[in-house]
Design a protein around this ligand. Structure first.
Ligand SMILES: Cc1cc2nc3c(=O)[nH]c(=O)nc-3n(C[C@H](O)[C@H](O)[C@H](O)COP(=O)(O)OP(=O)(O)OC[C@H]3O[C@@H](n4cnc5c(N)ncnc54)[C@H](O)[C@@H]3O)c2cc1C
Length: 286
């Protein structure tokens, strides 16, 4: 990983501002979280269509003239913001554009795997909403039972373990992964050793996020591309952040800022970062 991103996360999370460490955890499933944006968009005369992929971005005379959806429907607009992953973008662009910058640079970006290990126990083993583990393979343990609003009528507890950059899991059988996680979890939470594992699911995402390799800033495109009415958003675009939700959100704001700029209405939308406070201020002045 590019050391600059590691240092930046450490700086922002632990050094620069006393609230930088605060972690936000969704207390509802992601579909519900995303679903909440539908109402304000529709109120402003927009439309939200789900489960309809873009099959092709159509270009004519250097501008996007429309997109074709998987079901063949054509959609046109003044501006087009692609928020798909970079490998997917390369697939839906016309072939000649894929070889032109900034799109040709996307082939240089790399991806990183994340594995989620879902475990259901016959009893409550963990009172905390989440834990972070050091010096183990397992990194995060989320108490899904409490995060999703209590245990309900079923006894037991549902925990999710998350392992980022889980390259070591790519070829391992699921049972081995579950055994390893359960063993490490028991070291972290002794009650796990007594509990019965009722069910387990391992979800490996081999291309979960883009990986900020050294020098990747040279290949991450700005939201405004060489095609005047085509913008790109996504955690992999130029945001100054590694592959995080912060990066994805910032990229969306930056794409919207670029459109407003093109429309002659420059507006700042990106939310300011937490200011450096206390001793950290002296470092930012240097
Ligand atoms: C298991 C896991 C855990 C993570 N944990 C954290 C965390 O704790 N904190 C954090 O900050 N980040 C975390 N991340 C990273 C975070 O989820 C990403 O950085 C973020 O979601 C990237 O957002 P994005 O909008 O760039 O891309 P994505 O969220 O990948 O969105 C791309 C979208 O494009 C859609 N799409 C693809 N092809 C097409 C097409 N042809 N037409 C239309 N739509 C298409 C996809 O369905 C998808 O919805 C995690 C990621 C994973 C996988």
């Amino acid at each position: 990983m590019d050391a600059a991103y590691g240092i930046a996360v450490f700086w922002k999370g632990f050094l620069s501002n006393r609230n930088g460490f605060v972690v936000g955890i969704p207390s509802v499933p992601l579909t519900e979280l995303y679903g909440s944006v539908r109402e304000p968009i529709e109120r402003n005369h927009g439309q939200v269509r789900t489960r309809c992929g873009v099959a092709e971005v159509q270009i004519c005379a250097g501008r996007v003239i429309g997109v074709r959806l998987d079901d063949g429907t054509a959609v046109d607009a003044d501006y087009y913001v692609s928020a798909v992953t970079f490998d997917r973008l390369l697939k839906i662009l016309p072939e000649d554009l894929r070889d032109q910058k900034p799109f040709s640079n996307l082939r240089r970006l790399r991806v990183s795997p994340i594995t989620g290990i879902h475990l259901w126990f016959d009893r409550t083993v963990m009172p905390e909403p989440f834990l972070t583990s050091l010096d183990q393979t397992i990194q995060w343990v989320f108490n899904k039972t409490s995060l999703y609003g209590g245990g309900g009528p079923q006894p037991g507890q549902y925990l999710q373990i998350v392992v980022s950059a889980s390259y070591g899991f790519s070829q391992r059988p699921q049972e081995e992964i579950v055994d390893l996680c359960r063993k490490e979890l028991a070291q972290l939470i002794p009650a796990v050793g007594e509990a019965k594992l009722i069910r387990s699911v391992v979800i490996r995402e081999n291309a979960a996020t883009f990986s900020p390799q050294p020098g990747c800033d040279e290949w991450r495109p700005h939201q405004q591309t060489a095609v005047p009415n085509l913008l790109v958003a996504g955690d992999w675009t130029q945001t100054g952040w590694p592959a995080t939700m912060e990066s994805a959100v910032r990229s969306g704001y930056q794409a919207a800022e670029a459109i407003l700029g093109l429309e002659g209405r420059p507006t700042r939308l990106v939310q300011p970062e937490l200011p450096a406070t206390g001793l950290a201020r002296w470092f930012t002045r240097a």
